[in-house]
Design a protein. Structure first.
Length: 396
C-alpha cells in the first residue's frame, strides 16, 4: 500500500496552468529588495554585511521562477546555504550570518508542493529536510528551538500541499459536473433528433411511394416533413438557449412533458396505430419526472417506427399512482438486428436512475418489444392523489 502511494506521488505531474509571472511576483520582489535595503541600512552589527546582503538579494530573485522551476529554485536557495553555514562555522562569528529578509525562502518552500511534480516534490523535500537538519545541528541553540525551527521551515510546504489538494479536488468536481452535463446533452440530442428525423424519413418514404398514384398525398408528405423539421428546429433552439445560460430561453420553450404526448403519438402516414392512455393525476408532476415520461415515450415510439417489423399497434400507458408514475410502451411487431441496447435505451436508463426509478426494456413473451418504467413522484399537497384520470385514444 505504501509503495503504491509513493509510486503515485513520484509519477504525479505538475498542475496545469501555472503562470510564469504575475504582478504580485514583481510586488514580492520589490518588497523583498526594499526589506533588504532597509535592514542592511538600519540594522546594526550585521555579520559579514556584503555576504548577507548578496545572499538575501539572491533569495529574492529566485522567487521569480518558483512556479516554472520549483525544484531548481529550492536547490539553488538551500544549496547556497551550505557553504554559508560552513563558512560561519569556521569563522565562528558571534551572530548568525544573514538578514531576516532571507525568510523569503519560505515562499520557495510553499511553491514546491504547490506547483512541482511528484518527483520534484520528493527531491526538493529531501533537499529542504537535509539542509534544515544540517543547519539545526550546526546551530548551538537549544533542542526545542531547533525542532520549532524545522517545523516552521516545513509549514509553508504543508500549506502549499493543502492548497494544491483543494484546487485539484475542485477541478475534479467541476469535471464531473461537466461530464454529467455532456451526458445530459447527449441524451437530449439523441431523443430529439432521433425521433424527428425518423419521422421525417418515414414520411418521405410514404410520399415517394404515393407520388406516382396520388400527387396530393405526396404534397401532404412534404408538409409533414416541413412540420417535423420545424419542431426539430424549435427544440434545438431551446437546448441551445439553455446551453448559453439564458434563462429566457428556458421560459420561452419549456421542456416537453405529459401534456405533449397527444401530439407526439401522431405517427406519420397511419403506419402504426397508437393507443395512448393517461390515468391518474398527471398535471402536477415535478418537471424532471414530467420530462422523463415524455422522453421515455418518445424514444419508445421512435424505436417502434424504426425497428418494429410488421407492427400495427403501439400501446402507451402512463399512470400516476400515490408515490410513483408508471410508463408502459408495447408494440406488436418483431425485432431484427437488435443484439444490444443503443444510445437511446442507455439514456433512458440513465434518466430513470438519476430520478431514483427503474426502467426495463426487452422482447415480450409472445412478440413485440416492451418498455416498462417506474419513476418516483412527489406527494400532492393533500397527500392523496386525485382518483380522476384522463384516458385518450388518438384518432388515426
Amino acid at each position: 500500500m505504501l509503495r503504491d502511494d509513493l509510486r503515485t506521488l513520484w509519477t504525479e505531474p505538475r498542475p496545469p496552468g501555472a503562470p510564469a509571472r504575475v504582478r504580485r511576483d514583481w510586488a514580492l520582489l520589490a518588497a523583498g529588495l526594499a526589506g533588504v535595503a532597509l535592514e542592511a541600512g538600519l540594522r546594526e552589527n550585521v555579520v559579514w554585511w556584503p555576504v548577507a546582503v548578496v545572499f538575501a538579494v539572491w533569495l529574492c530573485l529566485l522567487t521569480l521562477w518558483r512556479r516554472t522551476r520549483p525544484l531548481t529554485m529550492v536547490t539553488l536557495a538551500f544549496g547556497s546555504m551550505i557553504p554559508l553555514e560552513v563558512a560561519s562555522l569556521v569563522a565562528a562569528p558571534r551572530e548568525p550570518v544573514g538578514l531576516y529578509t532571507g525568510l523569503v525562502v519560505l515562499v520557495l518552500v510553499y511553491a514546491l508542493p504547490r506547483w512541482g511534480s511528484g518527483r520534484e516534490i520528493v527531491l526538493g523535500g529531501a533537499v529542504i529536510v537535509a539542509v534544515g537538519t544540517l543547519c539545526a545541528v550546526m546551530d548551538e541553540t537549544p533542542v526545542v528551538e531547533k525542532a520549532v525551527g524545522v517545523v516552521f521551515l516545513l509549514l509553508p510546504g504543508v500549506v502549499g500541499a493543502a492548497v494544491r489538494f483543494r484546487v485539484t479536488a475542485r477541478e475534479r468536481q467541476l469535471e464531473q459536473v461537466r461530464s454529467r452535463e455532456r451526458e445530459q446533452l447527449a441524451r437530449e440530442l439523441h431523443d430529439t433528433v432521433a425521433h424527428h428525423v425518423s419521422a421525417m424519413v418515414i414520411i418521405a418514404q410514404a410520399g415517394r411511394v404515393l407520388a406516382g398514384t396520388d400527387p396530393s398525398a405526396a404534397v401532404e408528405a412534404l408538409e409533414g416533413v416541413e412540420e417535423e423539421g420545424a419542431r426539430t428546429l424549435e427544440e434545438m433552439r431551446a437546448m441551445v438557449a439553455a446551453l448559453r445560460d439564458r434563462g429566457v430561453g428556458a421560459e420561452l420553450a419549456p421542456p416537453a412533458g405529459v401534456a405533449d404526448l397527444e401530439r407526439l403519438v401522431r405517427t406519420p402516414a397511419g403506419r402504426l396505430r397508437v393507443d395512448l392512455g393517461l390515468d391518474g393525476e398527471l398535471e402536477a408532476l415535478p418537471p424532471a419526472v414530467d420530462a422523463a415520461v415524455y422522453r421515455i415515450v418518445q424514444e419508445s415510439v421512435t424505436n417502434a417506427l424504426r425497428h418494429a417489423v410488421d407492427a400495427t399497434e403501439l400501446v402507451v400507458r402512463v399512470a400516476a399512482e400515490r408515490h410513483t408514475v408508471r410508463v408502459s410502451v408495447r408494440d406488436d411487431g418483431r425485432r431484427t438486428g437488435r443484439g444490444r441496447d443503443g444510445y437511446g435505451l442507455t439514456g433512458l436508463r440513465e434518466r430513470a436512475t438519476l430520478l431514483g426509478g427503474t426502467l426495463r426494456a426487452g422482447p415480450g413473451t409472445d412478440r413485440g418489444w416492451h418498455v416498462e418504467a417506474e419513476l418516483p413522484r412527489a406527494r400532492s399537497e393533500s397527500g392523496v392523489p386525485s382518483e380522476s384520470g384522463v384516458h385518450s385514444r388518438p384518432r388515426r
